[in-house]
Design a protein around this ligand. Structure first.
Ligand code: AMP
Length: 283
C-alpha cells in the first residue's frame, strides 16, 4: 500500500479516528523534514511496535527565534516522501503554517521549569513553540504511541512532562541517537557544514566520550569533566563557538556540581553559523 499524504488537520483526525475504531494502535513520529537515518530509526520503531505509522513534516515557525534559520531550514519534500515510502510509512501529515496557526491564533503551552536549562536558556521561546506544536499535533493525530530521539534530550524530557501534565495518555518512546560513521550525531543541519567543519564536527562525539570515560574512572567534579571536554573541542578547532557544555541531572536537567549517580553530558557548539547539539549519559 502506498503512503497516504494528508494536509488538512480535520482529515488527519478523521483518518486516526477510523484507525482507532478499527482497534489499531497509531505510532506517530513528528519531524521537521529533511529526513535522515535518525528520523527513519523512529519510524522503524513505530512500525515494529504499532499497527499504523504516522509521520508529520512541519517546519514549525513558533520554535525558531528571530535570528535563527527558519527561512533557510532545509526543505526536501520529494526526497522525504521517498524515504518514508521506503520504510512503509502509512500516513504523512503535511499541514501548512496557516492550517496550524490561523489568523488570531493565541494559545501557547509553557512549562514552568524544564525550559530553564541547556538549549532553553540559549533559545528563548523555543520550547514554548515545541510544546505548543507537539500538543497540537497530538490533538490532531491522536496517536496511541509517539516516538522521539534522545538527540534532543531536553525536548524529550519536556514532551514526557507535557504528556503527563496535559493528560494526553500517549506512550512516549525515546530512541537512541543515530550517528554517522565518525560519530557525528545525524542532524538535518549537518548539511549546512563546510567540508572542513563537517570533518571537525566529529570532535563533539569524541569530547562526550572522553567526558563519560573520565566520570567512569572516578572523577566526580563536573567542572573538571567540562574543562576536559572544552579543551578536546578547542584542540581540534579553535574556530568554533561553544554555546554550552553542561552536566545535568537526567530528570530535572539541573546542573550538577558533584556527579554521584546518573548524569547527562550535553553540549551545543557553533561551527560558523551552524549550531550542533549532542549528548551522552554517564553512570
Ligand atoms: P527534527 O526533524 O530535527 O525536529 O527531529 C524529529 C525527531 O527526530 C526528533 O524527535 C529528534 O530528536 C529525532 N532525531 C533527530 N536526529 C536524530 C538522531 N540523530 N538520532 C535519533 N533521533 C533523531
Amino acid at each position: 500500500m502506498s503512503m497516504k499524504i494528508i494536509e488538512n488537520p480535520v482529515e488527519m483526525t478523521e483518518f486516526s479516528q477510523a484507525m482507532v475504531r478499527a482497534g489499531k494502535s497509531i505510532g506517530f513520529v513528528p519531524t521537521m523534514g529533511a529526513l535522515h537515518e535518525g528520523h527513519l530509526s523512529l519510524v522503524r520503531a513505530a512500525k515494529r511496535e504499532t499497527d499504523c505509522t504516522a509521520v508529520s513534516i512541519f517546519v514549525n515557525p513558533t520554535q525558531f527565534g528571530p535570528n535563527e534559520d527558519f527561512s533557510k531550514y532545509p526543505r526536501t519534500f520529494e526526497e522525504d516522501c521517498r524515504l518514508l515510502e521506503s520504510v512503509q510509512t502509512d500516513v504523512l501529515f503535511f499541514p501548512s503554517a496557516e492550517a496550524l496557526y490561523p489568523k488570531n491564533y493565541q494559545t501557547f503551552v509553557d512549562l514552568k521549569y524544564l525550559p530553564d536549562h541547556l538549549c532553553g536558556l540559549k533559545r528563548p521561546g523555543h520550547f514554548q513553540g515545541v510544546a505548543t506544536v507537539v500538543s497540537k499535533l497530538f490533538n490532531i493525530v491522536r496517536p496511541t504511541d509517539s516516538y522521539f530521539g534522545q538527540k534532543d534530550y531536553q525536548q524529550a524530557a519536556i514532551i514526557r512532562r507535557l504528556n503527563e501534565d496535559l493528560n494526553f495518555n500517549i506512550n512516549i518512546h525515546v530512541e537512541p541517537i543515530v550517528r554517522e560513521a565518525d560519530g557525528l550525531a545525524m542532524s538535518s543541519r549537518n548539511r549546512y557544514l563546510s567540508p572542513s567543519d563537517r570533518n571537525d564536527a566529529a570532535v563533539l562525539n569524541q569530547a562526550l566520550k572522553a567526558g563519560v570515560e573520565l566520570i567512569g574512572s572516578g572523577e566526580k567534579k563536573a567542572a573538571v569533566v567540562i574543562e576536559l571536554m572544552k579543551s578536546r573541542i578547542l584542540q581540534v578547532t579553535a574556530a568554533v563557538k561553544i554555546d554550552y557544555i553542561n552536566i545535568v541531572d537526567p530528570d530535572t536537567l539541573e546542573d550538577l556540581v558533584e556527579i554521584e549517580g546518573r548524569a547527562v553530558l550535553a553540549l551545543a557548539v557553533f561551527f560558523g553559523t551552524t549550531r550542533l547539539i549532542d549528548n551522552m549519559t554517564a553512570g
